[in-house]
Design a binder for this molecule. Structure first.
Ligand code: HEM
Ligand SMILES: *[C@@H]1O[C@H](CO)[C@@H](O)[C@H](O)[C@H]1NC(C)=O
Ligand SMILES: *[C@@H]1O[C@H](CO)[C@@H](O)[C@H](O)[C@H]1NC(C)=O
Ligand SMILES: *[C@@H]1O[C@H](CO)[C@@H](O)[C@H](O)[C@H]1NC(C)=O
Ligand SMILES: *[C@@H]1O[C@H](CO)[C@@H](O)[C@H](O)[C@H]1NC(C)=O
Ligand SMILES: *[C@@H]1O[C@H](CO)[C@@H](O)[C@H](O)[C@H]1NC(C)=O
Length: 323
């Protein structure tokens, strides 16, 4: 392989694989950007308005909603399962380890759902609300836009142990991260580019403590300053921005931080640690436009994970419980 070809390995070769993968994922998808255009023409504008209102009220909540969509899709597909409260027959995904004291934004979903039910009762699924809200939040923070595919339906149940098993953890190394994305049909590149969502929002001390005390792939001054805010004992719920430079701006600073060894989570810094991901991280750090383009594509791919369509599932009237 000549130099030119091997250089393409980080870009075009993967792109080709992704296109092939994407086609195979879409076969069962049946999602469409125009799904609501005749049955609830105002759906998209209602969500957009509600998101603008919600982020104005609390700047962080758009990040929280983006994370809900991710945690929804990784557990039996994008089916709104993360939104369900405990019932007598199942334990909620909200109470699973990755979500406990951490997943948030449920009140905003309730508000969006209430507005949609007023305009078009029983039409727009909770799973689709998360997909649309994620896109609108990213746009609101200054990030890329994409055509959200729609027509997902909602699950009847949630599965707490599946949430524990399938949602990747901050202690994961590169191979663990890779396999947890592969387990839901997403590629290595999807993993690197979707991690760029950590350009907005916060993590709790408990999520990054081992990284700032025990890891060596971290800038020592950065680690020291975080140790001041996150002592060895206590303060588990103290928050720090995932992107220390621009916490409410969707940009490529996340990747630039990684080049400086200033990733907040152990899992973040895995993406620039002398391995296969470095090539992507450098590319995205150098070129925000490429990051934006790839991020939109991978969000569509994540949103296509095992949706319920046709007569499967239901349109929940209240996102917190099955009808
Ligand atoms: C690659 C594997 C990933 C791991 C290990 C991971 C882990 C985490 C952790 C530990 C937190 C902080 C939780 C807390 O302490 O309360 C977090 C926050 C967040 N994650 Fe991830 N994440 C990953 C991928 C993603 C993806 C793919 C997205 C979306 C596309 C995403 C979006 C977010 C956002 C926006 C926040 C901030 C939420 C807020 O401020 O409320 N993450 N993530
Ligand atoms: C819940 O998920 C776990 C782990 O993936 C699986 O073993 C179990 O069968 C699921 N439970 C139900 C009721 O589907
Ligand atoms: C990832 O971590 C596991 C332990 O959880 C370890 O066995 C493995 O060697 C690590 N892989 C890499 C590439 O660091
Ligand atoms: C992480 O990956 C290693 C192999 O690299 C594996 O032995 C270990 O079980 C994985 N851990 C998790 C939690 O997936
Ligand atoms: C750091 O590593 C030591 C030794 O493995 C362990 O006892 C300690 O709990 C770790 N500290 C954190 C914050 O993870
Ligand atoms: C943490 O708490 C334990 C007792 O719970 C104490 O022995 C230890 O010195 C404390 N460590 C720090 C760094 O404060």
């Amino acid at each position: 392989m000549n130099l030119k070809l091997s250089k393409m390995a980080c870009g075009n070769l993967y792109l080709l694989l992704i296109i092939l993968f994407g086609l195979s994922l879409n076969v069962n998808g049946h999602l469409s950007p125009n799904f609501y255009s005749s049955i609830c023409p105002k759906a998209l504008s209602i969500v957009k308005q509600e998101i603008a209102k919600a982020i104005k009220n609390e700047a962080r909540v758009g990040a929280s909603l983006l994370r809900l969509h991710f945690h929804d899709c990784f557990v039996n597909g994008c089916d709104g399962s993360i939104l369900l409260d405990d019932t007598s027959t199942f334990k909620s995904e909200k109470s699973a380890n990755p979500n406990k004291n951490s997943a948030r934004g449920f009140g905003v979903v309730d508000n969006i759902k209430a507005s949609l039910e007023k305009a078009c009762p029983g039409v727009v699924s909770c799973a689709d609300i998360l997909a649309i809200a994620s896109r609108d939040a990213v746009v609101h923070y200054g990030g890329p836009t994409w055509k959200v595919r729609l027509g997902r339906r909602d699950s009847f149940t949630a599965n707490r142990s599946a949430a524990n098993a399938f949602i990747p953890q901050p202690k994961f190394n590169l191979s663990n991260l890779t396999s947890s994305f592969a387990a839901v049909g997403l590629s290595f590149k999807d993993m690197v580019v979707l991690s760029g969502a950590h350009t907005v929002g916060f993590a709790r001390c408990t999520s990054f403590r081992p990284h700032i005390y025990n890891d060596t792939n971290i800038d020592p001054t950065f680690a020291k300053s975080l140790q001041q805010k996150c002592p060895q004992n206590g303060s588990d719920n103290v928050l720090q921005p995932l992107d220390y430079q621009t916490r409410f701006r969707f940009d490529d600073k996340y990747y630039q931080n990684l080049l400086d060894k200033k990733g907040l989570l152990h899992s973040d810094q895995q993406l620039y640690n002398g391995n296969k991901a470095d090539c992507f991280t450098k590319k995205y750090a150098m070129n925000q436009g490429v990051f934006f383009k790839d991020f939109g594509k991978s969000m569509i791919r994540m949103g296509n994970i095992k949706p319920l369509t046709g007569s499967n599932g239901e349109i929940r009237r209240n996102c917190r419980k099955p009808n």
